[in-house]
Design a protein around this ligand. Structure first.
Ligand code: ZN
Length: 88
C-alpha cells in the first residue's frame, strides 16, 4: 500500500465529470480546449471531482462554486466554450 493523499495535486484521470476552476475564477469541464491536462494542478487550479447533477448550471456570481480539491478557489462564471458543449 502506498500512502494516500487526501487532496491530490492533480486532477485524477478518472474524474471525467469534474468541474475545473481556473485561477481566473472560471469554471471549465473536462476536455475544454482552453485547458490541457498538464496544467490542471494545484496550487493554481482547483476542481470538484464529483459535482452534483445540475451543479454546473448553478455556477454564477450569486452561487459561486468552491473547489473541493486542489486550490482553494471559487468560480463565479462558466466558460462559454464548455457551456456550449454542456447542453447534453
Ligand atoms: Zn472551458
Amino acid at each position: 500500500m502506498t500512502a494516500t493523499i487526501s487532496r491530490p495535486a492533480r486532477l485524477p484521470h478518472n474524474a471525467k465529470h469534474a468541474i475545473i476552476i481556473s485561477p481566473h475564477g472560471s469554471a471549465h469541464l473536462v476536455g475544454c480546449d482552453h485547458l490541457c491536462d498538464s496544467v490542471i494542478s494545484a496550487p493554481k487550479f482547483g476542481w470538484v471531482s464529483k459535482p452534483a447533477p445540475g451543479q454546473w448550471d448553478t455556477i454564477s456570481a450569486d452561487q459561486p462554486l468552491s473547489a473541493t480539491t486542489g486550490a482553494d478557489i471559487t468560480a463565479a462564471r462558466r466558460c462559454k466554450t464548455c457551456q456550449s458543449g454542456a447542453t447534453r
